[in-house]
Design a protein around this ligand. Structure first.
Ligand code: GAL
Length: 633
């Protein structure tokens, strides 16, 4: 570990059955030895609470703590994460373990961070058992107070679903056809909260024992079931597990987006890359290894987007178990021959050189709105088109900003947006009154907004906002969406831009009636992309999904119009990201191409990766090469 520059390790994540081999009997001797050894070696510990995989004795004694799927199938033990989040049996057993661990390790000198559970919801995001049903009813009572209010929120007059008492309510289990959408939406909210209660219970124990030790739990990329805005506010720092597919050309963009989201979830504070793989995973159909230099490049990319630490799953490749073909820092074979080990050692050394970057925060003038509730509601069934997927819509508008090296934050629609010049709202289907009013105010006060189709359609109960689509934004956008016209798979419409350029639209077409807005693009004479001066700002509207180059042109115009400048002008395929404030900043240059490239440098500085002086002019970056330039010091 010292050779690889390791200074922090996560320990004990799935070791409940070792730590508590039988109910109430704890065995910490083996873990003491591990922690002592690490401490003697100068390595700090992110100690896991080990509650992500209950031991066999627990499910054997209490099979009722196992989770149940929507169709009534109970999941068996034998893998991991086999617990019902609302089970009092699981919760009290977990609490007892965490209390024992906190008590035993509170004073251990190696302990610097707590790692609660593991990837909450990864395999079992929701449970539909009777215990969960009772907990759901309690959650609903707290939300609505009266059964009348619930009936109103769920629109239960439709299909004779009116409830007379709380006892009649069940989770949206497998039904003859679509369960009530408002009920489904509430169950998604409840399920995120139920797991958060598990996290909170452990968090409380840990904070009591060690008030100054930061607590985290590892998030995942593009993970729908948990409302990470809510979750992140319960953590001391955000951490992420990131496994981009080396064979997918979109991976670099997706990893950048995940990093920007993690930084934003922590309101700009540094986050930590808790897990990545040194090379291959084992859970895709075909597990392509990382290309030479890709692990290093993507590690630096995480730091560029705000990570202050880069960690791996896993240290040593296992000999047995379901993940024995997953790469590790230390491979099965001899390390001397392993390029993976060589790369891991090099990364450790180079990350050590980045010490001055730690803690540096970034600023962005552009924010993309991202809301789990809207995501959930958008993707419930029985919509005009199931082809409108939240992440795809976000990516469609993130990509051109990423490619143009424009710094981007993510924001919740209800956030104060006044620090931004340009806000992007990709298919923001569900919006609360206050958030809608906030967006309108943002434009009124001089902001630029790019909003795409199927936004502002429903309220938080998933009820249509009446008065013409998109009711809260019609005046601001200067238009009415008279009706939706989803496009068939493969169908495209031509776009004629006001500047004479052509493009294509896919997935969706709004029937737009202009009421003050001007058409930026039409399709057979009908307006599809518009802009409207409103108050002191401008609101753009995309009534279709334009092709990539048309989207890029539109966003570039919006960016320039809002007075936002990119981080740097660099060749295509090179990503430029800045961390830190003006005159005390670090410019990350990341060459995602598999060919070398010359990058124009404006300002002298020092490349922290190798300590070399950097001069204005052209700087050569080898294939997948990186530079971190300390500027203006
Ligand atoms: C994560 C998980 C790790 C390991 C890894 C494999 O989801 O937290 O325990 O399973 O994936 O890629």
């Amino acid at each position: 570990m010292r050779e690889a520059g390791v200074n922090l390790v996560s320990v004990g994540i799935f070791s409940w059955s070792r730590l508590e081999p039988e109910e109430g009997r704890f065995d910490f001797a083996w873990l003491d030895r591990v922690l002592d050894l690490l401490h003697e070696g100068g390595i700090q510990v992110d100690l896991a609470t080990a509650t992500a995989s209950p031991p066999p004795w627990l499910s054997h004694q209490h099979p009722e703590m196992l989770p149940v799927l929507a169709d009534g199938v109970r999941l068996w033990p034998g893998a991991r994460q086999h617990y019902c989040p609302s089970s009092p049996i699981y919760r009290s057993a977990a609490r007892r373990l965490v209390e024992a661990m906190a008590d035993h390790y509170a004073k251990h000198p190696s302990l610097v961070m707590w790692h609660v559970g593991n990837e909450y919801g990864c395999h079992v995001p929701a449970c539909y058992c009777d215990v969960s049903a009772a907990a759901f009813r309690e959650w609903l009572q707290a939300r609505y107070g009266s059964i009348e209010k619930l009936n109103e929120a769920w629109g239960t007059d439709f299909w004779s679903q009116r409830y007379g008492s709380w006892d009649e309510i069940v989770p949206p289990r497998r039904t003859p056809t679509w369960p009530n959408p408002s009920q489904q939406l509430d169950f998604l909210r409840f399920s995120s909260d139920a797991l958060l209660e598990c996290y909170d219970a452990e968090h409380e124990v840990l904070k009591k024992a060690t008030p100054n030790v930061p607590v985290t739990t590892n998030f995942m990329v593009g993970f729908k079931p948990l409302d990470y805005w809510k979750w992140a506010s319960h953590e001391d720092l955000v951490s992420l597990d990131s496994y981009p597919d080396p064979s997918d050309p979109a991976s670099a963009m997706r990893a950048a987006m995940a990093g920007d989201l993690m930084r934003s979830l922590g309101h700009g504070r540094p986050w930590i890359l808790m897990e990545q793989t040194s090379s291959r995973v084992n859970w895709r159909d075909v597990n392509v290894p990382k290309a030479p230099g890709q692990m290093r490049l993507w590690s630096f990319q995480a730091v560029a987007h705000g990570a202050d630490g880069v960690m791996f799953f896993q240290w040593r490749q296992s000999r047995a178990g379901a993940e024995k073909f997953h790469s590790a820092m230390v491979p099965h074979g001899p390390v001397e021959q392993s390029t993976v080990w060589h790369d891991v050692v090099r990364l450790g050394r180079e990350l050590g050189n980045l010490e001055p970057v730690a803690g540096a925060q970034s600023t962005a003038s552009v924010a993309i709105l991202f809301d789990w509730e809207s995501w959930w509601a958008l993707e419930l069934p029985s919509k005009p088109s199931s082809r409108v997927r939240q992440i795809e819509q976000v990516e469609a508008l993130y990509r051109p900003l990423f490619e143009a090296n424009v710094a981007v934050d993510f924001a919740h629609p209800g956030d104060d947006l006044s620090q931004y010049r340009l806000v992007v709202a990709p298919s923001l289907y569900l919006v609360a009154d206050e958030a809608a009013a906030g967006l309108v105010r943002f434009v009124q006060n001089g902001g630029a907004l790019v909003m795409s189709f199927f936004s502002g359609i429903v309220d938080p109960s998933d009820h249509i906002r009446l008065g013409g689509y998109p009711a809260p934004f019609r005046e601001m956008l200067g238009l009415d969406v008279v009706d939706f016209h989803p496009l068939a798979d493969g169908e495209e419409v031509g776009l004629d831009f006001a500047d004479g350029k052509q493009g294509r639209g896919a997935i969706w077409m709004d029937e737009i009636h202009l009421a003050g807005a001007g058409a930026l693009a039409t399709s057979i004479g009908r307006p599809l992309i518009t802009s409207h001066s409103f108050g002191r700002g401008t609101a753009y509207y995309l009534g279709t999904q334009p092709d990539a180059s048309a989207t890029a042109r539109l966003l570039q115009a919006a960016v320039a119009g809002a007075g936002v400048v990119p981080v740097a002008e660099v060749p295509a395929g090179v990503e430029a990201v800045r961390r830190g404030a003006a005159r005390k900043s670090f410019l990350f240059l990341l060459n995602h191409r598999d060919a070398g490239v010359d990058v124009p440098i404006q300002e002298a500085g020092v490349n922290l990766v190798d300590g070399a002086q950097v001069h204005p002019g052209l700087m050569h970056l080898p294939p997948r090469g990186v530079a971190v330039i300390r500027e203006g010091w």
